[in-house]
Design a protein around this ligand. Structure first.
Ligand code: SAM
Ligand code: SF4
Length: 338
């Protein structure tokens, strides 16, 4: 447990910050059409925090009361040596300071890492999967192969991890797969969560409004076949859950656009270069890499973190309501970490 003398991280709107999402790389072995342009320029490797710096920074957040750490990217499992980082973070689970160590992955490298992740204390993972059709999968990810991801998911299940499937709802793409996805998840024991497309980054000509499919419509589609019961469960994030009475499964909706969730926000996001974004939908950030590399001790680093949290804004300004993308931010999701 944290020493009682440590003041927890509380932002100006009295929200306790207990959840850190960490992007460990901006690179990826896929090029999902809503996330990246096909030709991406990635950061020079020297810009990235080293694994030791990531450890020092994450450990500082844990000392300040962060209880949940989600590792993301880019594709976190393509970062060289990433398992060394997972092995190191296990010590915070062992002391009880960290309650959960988890990751969001495209699943492509899961088959070879699942067992070791489980051994490092990862009990739940999010796997992004927008379709169960191999040809569609190749189209939406540009570079991905569905069988490889399915193998990865099977390996994670065999290693005892709980799996949440994240599906981006895309107009004209997976509208007809809502039931197939729900049924497959029910049969496999996975939780399914639908996500709305968010206006992040330049996609080289892709049309955001063309991609946007409101989750209200997804919900209405599901209600044609299932009885949906709203669940009270709150994660501090944008997900809202229902139970499908006919299958008993839990299903989530992440609706940053048609439904605002900022009042209960408990999280901040660290990029692979050490920038801390206090809000996914705002441009303000704090440079923690400078604090890390300044030669100061951990108390200077903790001061820099506290200074950043003191600037956490009330909320984001995304809005598609006038058929024009309002509140767009220029960086890609793979930079901030989804
Ligand atoms: N590569 C990993 C993966 O795909 O799970 C982790 C990083 S990815 C950026 C995290 C999540 O963000 C994925 O579920 C992806 O579908 C989602 N995502 C990416 N771009 C998005 C966008 N513009 N709007 C909504 N979700 C997006
Ligand atoms: Fe890669 Fe994930 Fe972005 Fe797809 S959503 S391109 S898998 S980072």
């Amino acid at each position: 447990m944290n020493a009682p003398s440590v003041q927890p991280l509380i932002d100006p709107f009295a929200r306790a910050i207990s959840y850190l999402r960490v992007s460990v790389t901006d690179r990826c072995d896929f090029r999902c059409v809503y996330c990246m342009a096909e030709q991406m320029t990635f950061l020079p490797k020297a810009e990235l925090l080293t694994l030791e710096e990531l450890d020092r920074l994450c450990s500082a957040f844990v000392r300040l009361g962060v209880q949940k750490l989600r590792i993301t990217g880019g594709e976190p499992l393509v970062r060289k040596g990433i398992m060394q980082f997972f092995r190191a973070m296990r010590r915070h689970l062992d002391t009880g300071a960290l309650r959960e160590l988890t990751l969001t992955t495209n699943g492509s490298q899961l088959a070879r890492h699942a067992e070791e992740l489980a051994a490092c204390g990862v009990r739940r993972i999010n796997v992004s999967l927008d379709t169960l059709d191999p040809d569609r999968f190749a189209r939406v990810t540009r570079w991905g192969r569905l069988p490889q991801v399915m193998e990865g998911i099977a390996a994670a299940k065999a290693a005892g991890m709980k799996i949440k499937i994240n599906t981006v709802a895309l107009k004209g793409f997976n509208e007809d797969e809502v039931f197939t996805l729900a049924e497959w998840c029910a049969a496999e024991g996975h939780t399914l969560t639908f996500i709305e497309v968010m206006p992040m980054g330049d996609l080289g000509g892709e049309d955001r409004i063309g991609q946007y499919w409101s989750l209200r419509d997804v919900r209405a589609r599901l209600a044609e076949r299932y009885t949906l019961t709203d669940l009270d469960e709150r994660t501090g994030g944008p997900a809202r859950y229902v139970r499908l009475e006919e299958t008993g499964q839990k299903l989530g909706f992440i609706t940053p656009l048609s439904h605002n969730f900022c009042e209960s926000c408990n999280r901040v996001r660290l990029t692979c270069t050490g920038e801390l974004f206090m809000c996914l939908g705002q441009e303000d950030k704090a440079d923690l890499r400078a604090a890390l590399r300044s030669g100061g001790d951990d108390s200077a680093l903790e001061q820099a973190i506290r200074g950043a949290i003191a600037r956490k804004p009330k909320g984001h300004d995304f809005d598609y309501s006038r058929q024009k993308v309002e509140g767009q931010v220029s960086r890609h999701m793979s930079h901030t970490g989804g």
